[in-house]
Design a protein around this ligand. Structure first.
Ligand SMILES: C[S@@+](CC[C@H](N)C(=O)[O-])C[C@H]1O[C@@H](n2cnc3c(N)ncnc32)[C@H](O)[C@@H]1O
Length: 928
């Protein structure tokens, strides 16, 4: 169940008459427990409680219904019950139907409230559904409640008005919902005068079957679009005259309202009964956009970008600087005034703004700074000088775009109330600004310079032709022309295989002016390059959240030289962190933040979860002090062994079989044992479960074909290849069915093998050492018949850190590449002694692994176990052997262990740069 569903279920439960015997089960049902689970608890099979009327669900909650007036005593009994600890209850909860008390056992945090009000605190209880809450939600779940109420209304209206669900009317529907949100907010904040004016008018004036709701709403909306003489001429009914002129684009245009059913009317009124004053425009906006999105609706209430994450962009981008200036200004009135004037000129632009959360937070934070300035200058009541319309956005979808504007309006009003007082805020709020400063369009089709009025030629956009004119566009100028520009946001990430055809075309168009092909870039790269182009002209800065893929692997060499050629530098960056939302079933995406500004304009700062470090330069891999871009090589840069991609069978399943089948072929079908080899892909390697394959050299073929079982298999391969549909290039290989389609340049007796894809949660790459003359599949890379110190290198921390940085990732996995990862791996020249020491380390790792037989690499380096807070999950002896290996290798690099991975990377990049330079020099010297 998602948060919205739980909130609804709890609200329904609180409204029902209290049933002491049933309450614990009803409560658990509201959190999504199935009937079978409840049945077992009811029967007592799984109920481990030792209290009268107690229900203990293991690993979850211990509930007890108390006698009237004894809730605190019952909670104490629950706390002291040994069963609570034994059953690992996360919560204890006691109620008598009048009061309710609960406690989170780990934190000791307590909830105490009237029984009827406990759904208001459902954020506190959400961990029971496996949803980890964020403080804002826990303290104030109004945003989820509001989303839930509006969602019900939306779904009901669409079912009653199917034509409004069609693409042509969706914008009207979305506009209608935005109007409602404004009305709910306005009636709870006295923007509308009178107690709950909107909801109470609806209650009074509409029929309970919903039949005239549309007409009443139409009249109310019409009233809010009329002023002065027009209002008098319109002869509004008396009950509608009390609604003020609002417009601001919100009530202009069609006043059409969908038809209401009885249920829709009751949802409309129920939503009105919430206290919308408390709404958080940043949180609510993100949540509510899911209402109109079929794909996202399942996770309703879960989509929420936490303020701390957004501040990872906004603080280093501009807020830190403003706060530093505020501090430096101290009480100096002139300096304070200058800072206030500066802030009035700042334009914040989010070119994929969704419901405007980055803009809202930037606005609110700047208002807080401005308030502090006004306090220090003794002008606390001053009207704000920060124009709301300086916070601009582009958003593709119309509903979030509407909500973004509304969220900003709400944020402005809330700030006015907070800093200037209710009276002043109310005096200024209406009518709303009639301008539209959130553009609903494709950001990649627009000229951002014109949109942000950079050429000061006015910002009205004109399409290339009559049929392609932007529909909904910003149409207003800015108050100050000498602006400072900041781009921010988290644009859509989308790797190549997730992009639609039109998105692929967007990338081709955005990069059209650069030579070469950029098709393999993630969609987000378009925002990075457009931001760079924008900042080159304006001298502005940008801070974007992106997936880390644009700073890893092949994408680096494609994107970053262009960004740097635009005169940009990475002026701040936040290394990988998880961008999560409330959805318990969704692992957050791993993202980074990159900040751009004209080169030389700022001292770069590199942020991680633990530190902020000033550096000379930040490179495209987000490594300090090196801007080098690592390019794939055909041979190793260092004096280390060659590594080869394995063999690709494309055999229709006829050359590969189980080991048992291999034995049977030899024993029953008289197949020559020399033709049956062990076969390893990545699964076979890490689970120590090789399969077998037929491996026939050309000269062995005539003899081999005389065997009936082999001949049959080769015939099957031939046919499979002839009929191959997806990869036509396989078909010619039907003529050589005894050979794999792609053969490695080398095979050998002993192989150091590493999988092409492996989990990033392992502390080391799962490298294996095979002695059986194995055939390695193309899911692995291998080094054949070389000394074992090469194993020591592949198994080292240095290597996995290098691979994690320069090779691409597939989701959360490393994608190993010999050309990009191994051949580029910088290793200092190794002495005989170094090689002997490393060989000993490799032998020790292998011996210890053997000692743990039958545990496999998969068991010994289990990434799942590593995810849990248990960094020492590897067997102690194996971990120590790896640490010795790292110690020996790292001493070769710098004479001691590295302090952390950042230091490792710094050294690796430094060495890489030097080694490449000296090779180039040597080549030049050689060619003279
Ligand atoms: C990752 S969301 C971020 C929205 C918001 N900042 C948040 O955290 O909820 C990206 C937004 O970009 C919008 N978007 C996608 N493609 C776009 C395009 N080509 N132009 C403008 N907006 C786009 C999506 O509709 C979505 O609202």
């Amino acid at each position: 169940m998602n948060a919205v569903e739980i909130e609804e279920a709890l609200s329904t439960l609180a409204e029902k008459p209290f049933d002491a015997a049933e309450f614990p089960f009803q409560f658990l049902e509201a959190f999504g427990n199935r009937e079978t689970t409840l049945k077992r608890l009811r029967k007592g099979d799984s109920n481990a409680s030792d209290l009268p009327n107690g229900v203990l669900q293991r690993n979850n909650i211990h509930i007890a219904v108390s006698p009237p007036g004894q809730v605190s005593e019952t909670l104490k009994a629950l706390r002291e019950s040994p069963k609570t600890a034994q059953g690992k209850a996360k919560f204890i909860l006691a109620t008598d139907g009048q009061l309710l008390e609960a406690e989170e056992t780990a934190s000791g945090e307590i909830l105490a409230c009237e029984f009827k009000k406990f759904p208001d605190h459902f954020g506190f209880l959400l961990p029971l559904a496996g949803i980890s809450t964020i403080k804002e939600i826990k303290d104030n779940p109004i945003d989820i409640k509001a989303t839930a109420r509006l969602n019900k209304l939306y779904v009901e209206l669409l079912s009653k008005n199917p034509d409004w669900a069609k693409a042509a009317r969706r914008p009207d529907m979305n506009h209608f919902m935005a109007r409602l949100v404004f009305c709910y907010f306005a009636e709870d904040t006295d923007i509308f005068q009178g107690e709950s004016l909107f909801t109470s008018t609806l209650e009074r004036m509409t029929e309970s079957d919903g039949s005239n709701v549309a007409q009443v709403l139409e009249i109310i909306f019409k009233a809010m679009n009329l002023q002065g003489e027009d209002r008098a001429a319109a002869k509004l009914p008396r009950w509608a005259e009390v609604f003020p002129y609002v417009n601001g684009g919100l009530f202009g245009g069609s006043t059409d309202v969908p038809t209401f059913s009885k249920i829709a009317r009751s949802f409309l009124l129920r939503a009105g009964n919430l206290n919308w004053k408390e709404i958080n425009p940043d949180i609510f906006g993100s949540m509510i956009q899911a209402v109109t999105d079929e794909d996202e609706r399942g996770d309703l209430g879960m989509h929420y970008t936490s303020v701390p994450n957004i501040l990872k962009v906004l603080n280093p981008l501009l807020l830190d600087d403003l706060r530093a200036q505020l501090e430096a200004a101290d009480d100096n009135k002139i300096k304070l005034l200058n800072l206030r004037k500066r802030m009035a000129r700042i334009r914040v632009f989010d070119p994929a703004c969704g419901s405007g959360n980055f803009l809202v937070i930037a606005y609110k934070q700047m208002r807080a700074i401005e308030f502090e300035i006004n306090q220090r200058r003794g002008e606390p009541d001053l009207r704000t000088e920060i124009p709301l319309t300086n916070f601009r956005g582009i958003e593709l979808r119309d509903f979030p775009a509407e909500i973004a504007r509304l969220a900003l309006i709400i944020a402005e009003f809330q700030c006015d109330v907070l800093y200037r007082g209710q009276k002043e805020a109310l005096a200024d709020v209406l009518p709303l600004d009639s301008s539209n400063w959130i553009t609903c369009d494709n950001a990649l089709h627009l000229d951002w310079l014109r949109l942000m009025d950079v050429d000061q030629a006015g910002v009205k956009l004109v399409g290339d032709d009559l049929f392609n004119s932007p529909t909904d566009q910003a149409e207003i100028g800015f108050e100050h022309k000498d602006a400072e520009f900041y781009i921010c946001g988290n644009p859509p990430y989308k790797g190549r295989n997730k992009q639609s055809e039109s998105e692929k075309r967007d990338t081709a168009d955005v990069f059209a002016s650069y030579p070469g092909s950029y098709a393999s870039l993630d969609y987000v790269a378009n925002w990075v390059i457009k931001a760079a182009q924008f900042c080159r002209v304006t001298g502005g800065s940008a801070g974007l959240v992106t997936t880390n893929s644009i700073c890893q692997g092949e994408q680096v060499a494609l994107l970053w030289p262009l960004v740097f050629d635009e005169g940009m530098a990475i002026t701040f960056a936040h290394t990988s962190f998880t961008w999560s939302n409330l959805a318990s079933n969704k692992a957050g995406v791993t993202v980074i933040v990159v900040g751009l500004a004209p080169r030389g304009s700022k001292q770069p700062v590199l942020y991680s979860d633990t530190e902020a470090r000033q550096v000379d330069v930040i490179g495209p891999y987000l490594v300090p002090n090196s801007t080098v871009i690592v390019s794939a090589r055909n041979e190793p840069l260092a004096d280390i062994a060659m590594m080869y991609l394995g063999n690709m069978p494309k055999d229709g399943g006829h050359l590969i079989f189980t080991k048992d089948e291999g034995r049977r072929l030899i024993a029953d079908e008289a197949v020559d044992p020399a033709l049956v080899r062990e076969y390893y892909g990545s699964e076979e390697l890490i689970h120590s479960k090789p399969r077998a394959c037929l491996w026939i050299e050309d000269e062995q073929l005539p003899e081999a074909e005389t065997n009936r079982a082999i001949a049959e298999r080769l015939q099957s391969v031939r046919e499979a290849r002839l009929h191959e549909k997806t990869a036509p290039s396989t078909r010619p290989h039907a003529n050589t069915p005894h050979r794999f389609v792609q053969m490695s340049a080398k095979n050998g007796e002993r192989a150091i093998v590493v999988p092409a894809i492996s989990s990033e949660n392992r502390p080391y790459l799962p490298v294996g050492h095979l002695l059986s003359g194995p055939i390695i599949s193309s899911k692995c890379y291998a080094i054949y018949d070389e000394e074992l110190w090469n194993f020591s290198l592949v198994a080292s921390r240095m290597h996995i850190v290098w691979i994690g940085t320069v090779c691409s990732r597939m989701r959360m996995d490393f994608s190993y590449g010999n050309k990009l990862g191994w051949n580029t791996f910088p290793v200092p020249p190794l002495t005989e002694q170094n090689r002997a020491d490393l060989t000993r380390c490799a032998e020790e790792i292998l011996l210890i692994r053997e000692g743990h037989f039958p545990n496999t690499i998969a068991d010994l380096y289990d990434p799942e176990r590593n995810k849990k807070p248990n960094p020492n999950f590897m067997p102690g002896d194996l971990r120590r052997a790896h640490e010795r290996n790292d110690e020996v290798l790292e001493r070769i690099y710098i004479g001691r262990r590295f302090r952390n991975d950042t230091e490792r990377l710094e050294k690796l990049f430094d060495l890489y740069t030097k080694m490449v330079a000296s090779q180039v020099k040597a080549k030049k010297g050689g060619s003279k």
